[in-house]
Design a binder for this molecule. Sequence first.
Ligand SMILES: NC(=O)c1ccc[n+]([C@@H]2O[C@H](COP(=O)([O-])OP(=O)(O)OC[C@H]3O[C@@H](n4cnc5c(N)ncnc54)[C@H](O)[C@@H]3O)[C@@H](O)[C@H]2O)c1
Length: 470
Amino acid sequence: MTDMKTSFIDQAGAAFACQSASIVERRQTFGLAERQDALDCLATAIRQNEAALIAAMATDFGKPEAEVILTELVPVMQEIRHASRHLRRWMRPRRVAPTLVSFGTKARVRSEARGVCLIIAPWNYPFSLAIGPLVSALAAGNSAIIKPSEMTPATSAVVAHLIKEAFPPDLVTAIEGGVEASEALLALPFDHIFFTGSPAVGKIVMAAASKTLASVTLELGGKSPTIVGPDADLKQAASWISFGKFANAGQTCIAPDHIFVHASVKDGFLTALRDRIAKAYGEGANSPHLARIVNDRHAERLSGLLRDAVAKGARVSLGGAMQDRHMAPTLIEAITPEMDIDHEEIFGPILPIMTYDDIDDVTQRINARPKPLALYIFDKSRERAEQIITATSSGSVGINLTVAQFTHTGLPFGGVNTSGIGAAHGHDGFRAFSHERAILSNHYSSLPMIFPPYTPGVKKLIGLIKRFLG
Ligand SMILES: NC(=O)c1ccc[n+]([C@@H]2O[C@H](COP(=O)([O-])OP(=O)(O)OC[C@H]3O[C@@H](n4cnc5c(N)ncnc54)[C@H](O)[C@@H]3O)[C@@H](O)[C@H]2O)c1
């Protein structure tokens, strides 16, 4: 075993033991006021580290300051505010009406902390996807260990620093490191694991969780299709698709992965999209409004996808240039199923455009693939949009917009099967980190009347119950 591996095993074990030791006491003392204090501490630490976070994300992948504010800081602060405001109601036990059989009892459901939780974060939104789930974990009364991504080391260091500043280690702690750190943590019997990342690693996490039967929330990825229908407002579609696809340089789990545009509006849509891209980012790969591809491996992966598609007959109709890991917004046409780009999650600023005549061909194609994280529909016809929704499955749907569903704290955010299990954000995030404990208390239950011995009188009563309820 390498020294590094041993060191991660020791570090993870110590952090877990520290949090486990205080779990029983926390159960009794971490009430509404204490949880709200913890959220306040988190908000203060974020404000104090704002400049450091902006600088770190510029270092890690050239993320523009405006995008850091819009897509990292604002969503987390919004999540904190929303949780603080609604926590009292979320924590209140839910009364449940008695049924005929349980007449004479009182029923309630109590949301309880799961215990010691593990949060494993990806690199693409290295702050909000590490700290956002922490908001839900704390609101639900848990302690948590966060493992930020090794691929954005500057941001992960600020996340670890901020956590250390805001919380004692028996409540929240961060362990920086890569796969070895993750593996050391996954070997421990956490009460809940909240993982955000690729479907491939999601399967590894679920396999590890199966050893201790830890509950899991898996926020995964995939190819999110976007349909531009015959009645779409083409300028609106171009504007939202350009933002959703090229923000964070396309390295967004819910970015539109590829477009199906109705043949009758294809030329108009392409003109509108090119105009929108030119206005937002100019030409070439050096726009200050575009983030960088996170590392050489991913830059090479994207160049490889493009090379493979072009070699198999695809046509690059805009962009294609890569300069110092900045990639120009790229449109590509004439896609065929043999191309890697047709089935791999693109996760970069390359947008395949395909045309269709019959919407059934598109829904059949979507249904033949793993269920996507998001599906986007641009069309003024509500009826057509509803038909597409009914014919398909996806984690979420955006109609005449992209990616904004992430920012709605009232909506569950998550995937379905390959794109994820469980949901995050707001009350759904609180529920993900809670155990719903059913409590039934006896007041004047008449059920003992049917306990054995099964005399003829008792049998008659059971017969009556069967007649009314069976
Ligand atoms: N659904 C969502 O909310 C969401 C959000 C962001 C990203 N994603 C998805 O995440 C992926 C991109 O992020 P990524 O490249 O950081 O994902 P990843 O799966 O490679 O890594 C995620 C985390 O898992 C750890 N990890 C990597 N390999 C591991 C292993 N073998 N065992 C244990 N842990 C391991 C990493 O250190 C990192 O912290 C994309 O597929 C994207 O769609 C999903």
